[in-house]
Design a protein around this ligand. Structure first.
Ligand SMILES: [Zn+2]
Length: 361
């Protein structure tokens, strides 16, 4: 089944869904074009990446962080977790766990090879087999692939100090043990940019297209890390009471989508609230987009609106933002002693963030 994010669920391990991203279809012609060695290498690479990501995920789960899924992309894996700021020591443990798995696995292979006398290729030999597509015995090639690809994954992830790679997270967590999280992230992001420029140049000069793509992702990823750290720093101190709205668009659950869109335009509101069998529900453009336009006249808004669990007034706007991201909504009802006091909108939080960024620059 294709999920909302465009990936296929392959299997579930320890309650975590392992999903293959749709961009893997791009690799399909390559598999047909190359011989069986290439397929073996792909299989080895992705089982190793899954094990690497699972190690991160299992440590995260032990810290009480919700791990939603692991997505496999052609350039590597990604564990999707709930947004939580970890203590520096916990981040250190979680980041180092993945590459440590690869390096420990390498050591075990080396011991096994030595104990059972399996011949394996050195790095140059393994590369040459791949380049020349030589006819080779299966077991030594498979074992060599597991050894060298895990060595590569372990070293690349651990020793390149660019966030969001594991090495960058380890670096940030060590810094964060002696300073504020946001300052540690700022330094780690600057180092990442320098490292990424060199990584990109190296990839360019060696015609390594995959490494070039990875460099771009690291650059974008480090910017996102900085945004998150900064929002956490600036928004955690702002009480919800400062941003709630008491005038909001309230629609009837019997209204058609057509009518609600009309109301949204006249009130210039991206979100509408709705009474939904005793609960407060919300609907936004996000929900409406999923209904074909031809059905807007006949579909009642109550069918696409979602029930919301309210947030208590005692929280900060950062808590509200995290909750919105988790529930994939753009507004939350705010209550005080179980009574509805108003609504907080994602838009308003982002505006406050933009202002605070300027004030604190
Ligand atoms: Zn990792």
């Amino acid at each position: 089944m294709v999920t909302m994010k465009g990936s296929w669920k392959l299997l579930t391990v320890f309650d975590i869904d392992i999903e293959l991203h749709i961009s893997f279809l791009l690799l399909l012609p390559l598999v047909l074009f190359f011989d069986w060695l290439f397929s073996v290498v792909l299989f080895v690479l992705f089982t190793s990446i899954v094990a690497h990501e699972l190690t991160h995920a299992l440590i995260a789960k032990r810290e009480g962080i919700e791990v939603k899924r692991i997505i496999l992309l052609p350039i590597g894996g990604m564990a999707v977790m709930s947004e939580s700021k970890l203590s520096a020591f916990d981040e250190f443990r979680m980041a180092i766990a993945g590459p440590m798995f690869n390096l420990v696995f390498c050591t075990l292979i080396a011991l096994g090879v030595w104990a059972f006398g399996i011949p394996i290729y050195d790095l140059a030999g393994w590369n040459m087999v791949l380049d020349t597509e030589a006819a080779v015995p299966f077991i030594p090639f498979l074992v060599s692939s597991y050894f060298w690809l895990n060595w590569l994954l372990g070293v690349f992830n651990l020793f390149i100090p660019a966030i969001p790679l594991d090495g960058g997270r380890v670096f940030r967590s060590v810094l964060a043990m002696g300073m504020k999280y946001v300052d540690a992230t700022r330094i780690a992001t600057r180092v990442s940019r320098i490292v990424t420029v060199f990584l990109f140049l190296f990839a360019f000069l060696t015609y390594n297209l995959i490494l070039m793509v990875i460099s771009v992702f690291i650059w974008l990823g480090s910017a996102a890390e900085m945004e998150f750290a900064l929002s956490d720093e600036l928004l955690t101190g702002v009480p919800l009471a400062n941003v709630i709205r008491t005038n909001y668009l309230l629609v009837d659950d019997d209204d058609s989508i057509d009518m609600v869109v009309e109301d949204m335009i006249t009130s210039r509101s991206l979100v509408a609230l709705i009474e939904l069998d005793g609960h407060i529900g919300t609907t936004s453009l996000y929900d409406i987009r999923h209904v074909p336009k031809s059905k807007w006249k006949t579909t009642k808004i109550g069918r696409v609106a979602r029930k919301l669990r309210p947030i208590s007034m005692s929280h900060s706007i950062m808590d509200a933002l995290k909750k919105m991201n988790k529930d994939q909504v753009d507004a939350l009802p705010v209550t005080y002693k179980h009574k509805l006091k108003g609504v907080v909108f994602r838009d308003d939080i982002l505006k406050v963030f933009e202002i605070l960024k300027v004030v604190n620059a």
